[in-house]
Design a protein around this ligand. Structure first.
Ligand code: FES
Ligand code: FES
Length: 157
């Protein structure tokens, strides 16, 4: 018998009654209908599947749902609060996305960074965002949007 995994999803109770080894990414997308979180590599190398677990960045493609029982998950659909709103507004203002596929993961990583470090340096940004790959190479706009959201002036365009 498989016991249900109960957790908090975007501030509300959620449950999954399948195999607890199922990656959180597939629970979100296929079972709970939240398709904003994307599948890129499936092996924690691209960042497309980034969500927040207990407020910290987490690659949902390599997180068995059974390990998050009782914990709090936030996806791009539920990203809210002062930091999230600042990041989303900067993303729109600068028009960061190109094809858009990687961008929910980028935004979640940026929110995670600015929550932990409200005034990041260039190297803080580089380190925090290094695991988020963008095939369209929107990196310059991503850095600028993070700086704008943080209210820091940088030397990079
Ligand atoms: S799909 Fe999870 S890191 Fe690439
Ligand atoms: S905007 Fe296309 S992959 Fe990043």
């Amino acid at each position: 018998m498989i016991l249900a995994t109960n957790f908090q999803l975007n501030g509300k109770p959620a449950t999954f009654d399948g195999d607890p080894e199922t990656p959180l990414l597939w629970v979100l997308r296929d079972h709970l209908g939240l398709t904003g979180t994307k599948y890129g590599c499936g092996v924690a190398q691209c960042g497309a599947c980034t969500v927040h677990l207990e407020g910290k960045n987490r690659r949902s493609c390599v997180t068995p749902v059974g390990t998050i029982a009782g914990k709090s998950v936030t996806t791009i659909e539920g990203a809210s609060g002062k930091v999230a709103e600042a990041v989303k507004a900067a993303w729109v203002q600068i028009d960061v996305p190109q094809c858009g596929f990687c961008q929910s993961g980028q935004v979640m990583s940026a929110i995670g960074l600015l929550t932990a470090k409200p005034k990041p340096s260039d190297s803080d940004i580089d380190n925090a965002m290094a695991g988020n790959i963008c095939r369209c190479a929107t990196y310059v706009r991503i850095r600028q949007a993070i700086k704008d959201a943080a209210g820091v002036k940088g030397v990079r365009a």
